[in-house]
Design a protein around this ligand. Structure first.
Ligand code: NAD
Ligand code: MG
Length: 395
């Protein structure tokens, strides 16, 4: 059992894929004896949220959806668990005094609550990469000013974090992000053109939420991760390399100026990265599958194909332009993801729409304040929406 007794945590997005895995890790490490869970939050899956709150002994349960307030209140009646609903309630929950906040809401909806937690000074176990893509420098600054630590949960970034040697940042030559290549790694653009969300969500190695699964198929997830890496590790876009590695065993690597490469390996299971983020710098015992090298037999690598997967090129453009361009790319990607899932546009049109919005907003500059980020995000959404309405019929 990890010696975390009394460590206060809140889990934003507890009902999602990362949230459920986080609660599994909490349970494995001793449950209530190991952690004091202050808040759990979800959206519309009230049955699961209420169940989780009771099991882990949370003091507060929050649904982001105001229409779900009464259902949650009823489900937790008599338990003494405080209940709240809506956007402000979510921000208030994130601002409660805790040692660590697991930031596992999906998409831009996670930005305000995670920022609130950072300002309050909690350590941030960051799964919500969209925070760093949209608000990069401002988000990192908010964490630093709050006084907490920023610990990545994304498997690639956890691997890099683990492979970075203290005081040797100056000796880092490159960051090598591995990518599984997703279900369409070997497909032609013609084959990808007609796929539905149900086909695109079937990831070969990882079991994850819908958005990140679709993002793995289009490689938009890797595009977001490139920008996430830039801000987390303070490297230049030129230092970030992507390599397709279909087995997802090497979770990412750091290349040093003496030619050494340090890597972190493991079976594809998010609980390792979650456990590390929750208990850093400890490595508690976790019941996850162990790598069997004899069974594995081989590790493959191939260069990513930016013709078939243009998202990677868009990430480089966003990083080179800087300022609000990450927010623009992220917002356009999120809108096109929803439109694809609703059957309004085709798979390949997601990148087309993101690229067009980025071109139309190429001149938008600095992200001096969060208001600049919110304004760029909102305009990119409107522009993407208009493009979706115009091009949607052709899908
Ligand atoms: P998911 O869709 O499974 O869960 C998302 C969570 O966010 C749920 O609790 C949901 O209720 C909540 N949520 C959804 N919309 C909301 C809203 N409008 N307001 C408040 N809460 C809302 O997503 P996931 O796969 O767990 O991913 C969560 C984050 O972690 C994403 O940013 C993703 O990129 C990142 N991540 C996930 C994985 C993975 O294995 N699933 C791996 C690395 C990084
Ligand atoms: Mg990842």
């Amino acid at each position: 059992m990890a010696d975390t007794a009394g460590r206060r945590i809140s889990i934003l997005g507890s009902t999602g894929s990362i949230g459920v895995n986080t609660l599994d890790v909490v349970e494995q490490l001793g449950g209530r004896d190991a952690f004091d869970v202050v808040a759990v939050t979800g959206n519309t899956n009230i049955t699961l949220l209420a169940e989780q709150a009771k099991t882990c002994g949370a003091r507060l349960a929050v649904t982001a959806d105001e229409d779900c307030y009464h259902a949650l209140k009823d489900a937790l009646a008599g338990t003494g668990i405080e209940v709240a609903a809506g956007r402000q309630a979510l921000i208030d929950a994130a601002s409660r005094d805790v040692d660590c906040v697991m930031a596992a809401i999906v998409g831009t909806a996670g930005l305000e609550p995670t920022l609130a937690a950072a300002r309050r000074g909690a350590d941030i176990a960051l799964a919500n990469k969209e925070c760093l893509v949209s608000a990069g420098d401002l988000f990192v600054k908010a964490v630093a000013e709050g006084g907490g630590r920023l610990i990545p949960v994304d498997s690639e970034h956890s691997a890099i974090f683990q492979s970075l040697e203290d005081d040797q940042h100056h000796a880092v030559e490159r960051i090598v992000l591995t990518a599984s290549g997703g279900p369409f790694r070997t497909w032609t653009r013609e084959q990808m053109a007609g796929v539905t969300a149900d086909i695109a969500r079937a990831h070969p190695n990882w079991s994850m939420g819908l958005k990140i699964s679709i993002g793995s198929a289009s490689m938009f997830n890797k595009a977001l991760e490139m920008i996430e890496a830039k801000h987390l590790f303070n490297v230049s876009p030129e230092q970030i390399e992507v390599i397709v590695h279909p087995q997802s065993v090497i979770h990412s690597m750091v290349g040093y100026r003496d030619g050494s490469i340090l890597a972190q390996l493991g079976c594809p299971d998010m609980r390792t990265a979650i456990g590390y983020a929750l208990t850093y710098p400890d490595r508690p015992k976790l019941d996850v599958e162990r790598l069997d090298f004899a069974k594995l037999a081989r590790l493959d690598f191939e260069a990513p194909d930016e013709q078939r997967f243009p998202a990677l090129r868009l990430a480089r453009t966003a990083m080179q332009r800087g300022g609000v361009q990450g927010a623009v790319m992220n917002a356009a990607e999120e809108m096109s993801f929803h439109a694809f899932c609703a059957g309004r546009i085709g798979f390949l049109q997601m990148a087309d729409i993101a690229e067009q919005v980025m071109e139309d907003m190429a001149g938008y500059g600095a992200a001096a304040t969060m208001d600049d980020v919110y304004a760029a995000d909102s305009e990119a959404r409107q522009r993407a929406d208009a493009l979706i309405a115009r091009t949607g019929m052709a899908a």
